[in-house]
Write a protein that binds this ligand. Structure first.
Ligand SMILES: NC(=O)c1ccc[n+]([C@@H]2O[C@H](COP(=O)([O-])OP(=O)(O)OC[C@H]3O[C@@H](n4cnc5c(N)ncnc54)[C@H](O)[C@@H]3O)[C@@H](O)[C@H]2O)c1
Ligand SMILES: O=C(O)C[C@H](O)C(=O)O
Length: 340
């Protein structure tokens, strides 16, 4: 059964293959770049962005392997003009971009935390965002590279340093947490997943991922044990995939799907059709300066950061429990750029 989101995805594909732009009618085509386009997420995400009728130009950038990926994706008969760029082509890839999606960086292996990726990915994200600040400072940024709790503050600090920071433009992609929470909640309660919604707030690592099942729709009555198990499964969803892949990386296909949904929402917003999605942004909703909650995406990016709504006692405890880790990850990201 298709969810509203996957129905949207199917509609793109159908609209694209019929050669018309349902979602982009009357709007300018958008230039989108995928940085890390030859990777496990990058490849299927590039394909899905090529299928998005709101995209007229698609830049596929990676430090290796882009000619093959770009040649392959470019044969899909949709309107987005697709070009691959290698190391020397970053400026050209970015020039004029409306949306830049960053899945560049290393993934986890079993036994690692997302924070263990900081050593390598912090520098990758900082350098790519510096190029964004130089070549397309007005673009909306979707950051996928882990640890998201730190890479989003890194991106923000880098753009602040360059004098081009706009808090409305930077979003950490937490859509996969929402996708997982919807799937697990629907499965457990025998619901039609296409009718299910579950907000997920906080951050994107372990206990910082907090699904708000008390606000899930349609409502289902769950015992405390089931609620706890669903919450933990959502928090550990990434680890479940890392263990199943046994050393061959982390979620790529479900992540590409989630990233494509979120990028589509951003493009709809830019094109004047506001959408509300959960995402990790600069925030004053809690004590954490960056926090994921429902956000209205509109013509300039983030339009309104919604507060959390009523929380159950279990969720209030979860919110309290995540704060030390979330605040430490944010500070680590801030200091990586500020302290340099
Ligand atoms: N936000 C989320 O929910 C979420 C979900 C899954 C994975 N991730 C993260 O996404 C990242 C990528 O995962 P993956 O499975 O695609 O990894 P991967 O190793 O398959 O692909 C990463 C790609 O990045 C490229 N790359 C490395 N340095 C680069 C640079 N400086 N510029 C451009 N490209 C560069 C590599 O060449 C490679 O093609 C990881 O950090 C992973 O933890 C996040
Ligand atoms: O778990 C990971 O390392 C990748 C990603 O953050 C995920 O949630 O799948």
């Amino acid at each position: 059964m298709a969810s509203p989101s996957s129905t949207a995805l199917l509609k793109w594909a159908q609209a694209a293959s019929r050669g018309f732009a349902a979602a982009s009618a009357g709007n300018p085509g958008r230039k989108v770049a995928v940085l890390g386009a030859a990777g496990g997420i990058g490849q299927p995400l590039s394909m899905l962005m090529k299928m998005n009728s709101q995209v007229s130009s698609l830049s596929l950038y990676d430090i290796a392997g882009t000619p093959g990926v770009a040649a392959d994706v470019s044969h899909i008969n949709t309107k987005a003009q697709t070009r691959g760029y290698d190391k020397d082509g970053l400026a050209e890839a970015l020039r004029g971009c409306d949306l830049v999606i960053i899945p560049a960086g290393v993934p986890r292996k079993p036994g690692m935390t997302r924070d263990d990726l900081f050593k390598i990915n912090a520098g990758i994200v900082r350098d790519l965002v510096e190029a964004v600040g130089k070549h397309c400072p007005g673009a909306v940024l979707n950051i996928i590279s882990n640890p998201v709790n730190s890479t989003v503050p890194i991106a923000a600090e880098q753009l602040k340093k360059m004098g081009v920071y706009d808090k409305r433009k930077i979003m950490g992609v937490t859509t996969l947490d929402v996708v997982r929470a919807k799937t697990f909640y629907a499965e457990k309660n025998g619901l039609d997943v296409s009718a299910v919604d579950v907000p997920v707030v906080g951050g994107h690592a372990g206990v910082t991922i907090l699904p708000l099942f008390s606000q899930a729709t349609p409502k289902a009555t769950m015992s405390a044990e089931v609620l706890d198990a669903l919450t933990k499964r959502t928090q550990d969803g990434g680890t479940e995939v890392v263990q199943a892949k046994a050393g061959k990386g982390s979620a790529t296909l479900s992540m590409a799907y989630a990233a494509a949904l979120f990028a589509d929402a951003c493009l709809r917003g830019l094109n004047g059709h506001p959408v509300v999605e959960c995402t990790y942004v600069e925030s004053t909703v809690t004590d954490a300066p960056y926090f994921a909650s429902k956000v209205k995406l509109s013509t300039e990016g983030v339009d309104k950061v919604h507060d959390l709504g009523p929380l159950s006692d279990y969720e209030k405890d979860g919110l309290k429990a995540m704060m030390p880790e979330l605040l430490a990850s944010i500070e680590k990201g801030v200091q990586f750029v500020k302290g340099a």
